[in-house]
Ligand binder design. Sequence first.
Ligand code: AP5
Length: 187
Amino acid sequence: MATPRIVILGPPGSGKGTQARRLAERLGVPHISVGARLRAEMAAGSELGVRVADRVEAGELVDDDDVASVLREPLRAASAGWILDGAPRTVEQARALAPLIEEPDGALPQVIALEVPDDEVRSRLAARAEREDRPDDTPDVIEHRIATWSEDAAPLLARYADRGMLVTVPGTGDADQVTARVAAVTS
Ligand code: AP5
């Protein structure tokens, strides 16, 4: 792969962060996580962090402009490629972010969608809630995050499938098994 530009999508708890980190390390490019960047802004108490905090904690999507704000510089700086984790989330956001993630020369990014059943997602996020302190890993908010992805995913993935950019990968099994599947479609 000349310049790796790969988007990892999937429901909450599908392993986007886990697989994006591993893929970024293997390919030697930055892992850019929207959720992690939003949480860092919240922890820093920045204007953007204060603005998005209620929505992130409630499992609501934040405004497309705020997503673009946290992505613009890291994507531009990553001239050797990037692994983008967790964006776009909607067709509207895909259109809004297209200037940032779709190359003007036509070298479209690869989009990998991890497929994990809702019950597996619930169990992974419940397990994480026992050892980590993410305010959006409460049972109600987890259900809301799952429902939001379920509503938005089909048209978003169809957009990328229609353009030949989408690869779907089963996200079940242990993390190493998923990493092997991801490697098979990115090498
Ligand atoms: P974000 O941080 O992206 O959260 P998410 O999409 O809900 O996903 P998670 O981080 O919970 O899970 P993941 O799929 O990354 O899986 P992970 O590897 O962590 O976004 C948070 C919030 O920010 C959103 O709700 C929204 O408010 C806002 N936001 C973010 N992006 C946005 C956007 N584009 N537009 C608008 N708003 C946005 O794994 C989960 C757990 O499972 C971990 O404990 C992990 O160790 C474990 N695990 C991973 N793989 C496996 C496996 N194969 N088997 C067993 N356990 C596994």
